[in-house]
Design a protein around this ligand. Structure first.
Ligand code: C5P
Length: 218
């Protein structure tokens, strides 16, 4: 069984996906981390993120390992633990640029399909229910208003960076969403048979309960 959870940044998908995976004893896979790992690697090499050939080569060569952990997932890029480095918004913005490139998506989607082929996974991203696993048993699409999504990202980022600025983060989140929703390849859209959950007014546990109830009913 595959549970696909898609939605924009700050919609609460990874928090919910992690808890659901724990509750069902499934593996949690955060696909955004893969796009972030490619972006980080390119940024460290001072590569032009818009250069399709260079970025394609980086994506093809980079060995990305997702190691399941109690509190989520550890990410190894060419053997180095980059988990903490992936979380900042500079890497997030870079991820949105490389994620719009066909070769990068081809390489990463192949890895995602490999990871999910045996089932028993909760996978979160932007195109899991539409492209990666269009036959997933469950497809959830999470939304929340942009101000609330920015506020959630701000609270996460502020722990590491006390000078994080709320207004700036709301703007960054809106910009990244706009790019994700309007790109030509695998844009962020809800699958036709997806289930929409607006999480604006719900805390993570309430969202998890709604999802588990839907899964149990089926
Ligand atoms: O989910 P996260 O914020 O870590 O994703 C970072 C970026 O990676 C997104 O803004 C999006 O551009 C890209 N992404 C994607 N497809 C996925 C997961 C992430 O295009 N399945």
């Amino acid at each position: 069984m595959i549970i696909a959870i898609d939605g924009p940044a700050g919609s609460g998908k990874s928090t919910a996906a992690k808890i659901i995976a724990q509750r069902l004893n499934f593996r949690y896979i955060d696909t955004g981390a893969m796009y972030r790992a490619v972006a980080l690697s390119a940024q460290r090499k001072n590569a032009d993120l818009h250069d399709l050939d260079i970025i394609a080569k980086i994506a093809e060569k980079l060995d990305i390992q997702l190691i399941p952990q109690a509190e989520g997932q550890q990410v190894l890029a060419d053997g180095e633990d980059v988990t903490a480095l992936l979380k900042n918004e500079t890497v997030g913005a870079g991820a949105a640029i490389v994620a719009a490139q066909p070769k990068v998506r081809e390489v990463l989607i192949a890895k995602q399909r490999e990871l999910g082929k045996k089932g028993g996974v909760v996978m979160d991203g932007r195109d899991i229910g539409t492209v990666v696993f269009p036959n997933a048993e469950f497809k959830f699409f999470m939304e929340a208003n942009p101000e609330e999504r920015g506020r959630r990202r701000y609270l996460e980022l502020k722990e590491k960076n006390p000078s994080a600025n709320l207004e700036e983060i709301i703007e960054q989140v809106k910009r990244r969403d706009h790019e994700d929703r309007n790109r030509k390849i695998s844009p962020l859209v809800m699958a036709e048979d997806g289930m929409l959950l607006d999480t604006t007014r719900f805390n993570p546990n309430e969202v998890v309960e709604q999802i588990l109830e839907i899964i149990e009913k089926k």
